[in-house]
Write a protein that binds this ligand. Structure first.
Ligand SMILES: [Fe+2]
Length: 246
């Protein structure tokens, strides 16, 4: 009989109801995310430990990271081959290569013009700048929707200028733009204001997806901590999200 303290600590599979993570920066060396294949593998292991069985990759497309879709697709195919060849066990399944598309005055991919990389179901993951506070790409969003895209706004809780009861949020919800909260927000990773807003959005029934937004091992460690957070566990037990459809 193994004494209890000698048994490996069982990681809480807090996020297993989600199945898929749909927001991470684990394609190495293309943005401010993972810096190597090794770091990507280490982060993927943590994602599996906390319950994710599939991971979609969403590198940044924005002025600061002038990524091109074709190059990103090639890099993803190469990464997949390399990791599959290495036979590391206990990793989640590879999902698709998509992107986190910034919409701000310096950068915006145009629907029908640019070949954007979407999540399954023609879903585009969008984000705003954390700093620009008077830019709302309503016309561009409307054009995407008209062309059959669906839109998810990444981490609404992180934009200091965007209030849950604001006209902008009301308009986005009216347009059926889905919201994705970062799980790390709920553990205070981005500060108290984002933590509180994350819970507020979820409790108001305005959040359809949860994402990890994992960039590197610092985030992965925070993810393990977040998986132990009782309030987060309660949210996962009492709220349904659409991640498993992806
Ligand atoms: Fe992100």
């Amino acid at each position: 009989m193994i004494l209890d303290f000698l048994k490996p600590k069982k990681q809480t599979k807090t996020f297993s109801p989600l199945k898929s993570d749909m927001h991470c920066h684990l394609l190495p060396n293309v943005d401010d995310g993972s810096g190597s294949v090794q770091e990507t593998i280490a982060c993927l292991k943590v994602l599996a430990e906390v319950g994710f069985t599939k991971v979609h990759f969403t590198p940044h497309f924005q002025a600061n990271y002038p990524n091109e879709e074709n190059d990103i697709q090639e890099r993803f195919a190469k990464l997949k081959k390399e990791i599959e060849k290495s036979n590391v066990e206990g990793l989640p399944e590879f999902g698709v290569i998509s992107g986190e598309y910034r919409f701000d005055p310096r950068f915006a991919r145009r629907p029908g013009v640019d070949n954007v990389l979407t999540l399954p179901g023609k879903i585009l993951l969008c984000e705003f700048s954390l700093h620009f506070n008077d830019y709302m790409p309503t016309d561009i969003f409307a054009e995407y929707l008209r062309l059959g895209y669906k839109l998810i706004l990444a981490h609404p809780e992180r934009y200091p200028y965007l209030g849950i009861h604001s006209e902008e949020v009301r308009k986005m919800k009216e347009m059926d733009i889905k919201f994705q909260v970062n799980v790390l927000s709920l553990n205070g990773f981005y500060g108290e204001a984002a933590r509180q807003k994350g819970f507020d959005y979820i409790k108001a029934g305005m959040v359809e997806y949860m994402g990890t937004d994992t960039h590197n091992m610092r985030y992965a460690k925070a993810l393990k901590e977040t998986a132990e957070n009782k309030q987060v566990q309660k949210i996962m037990e009492t709220h349904a999200f659409l991640n498993s459809e992806l």
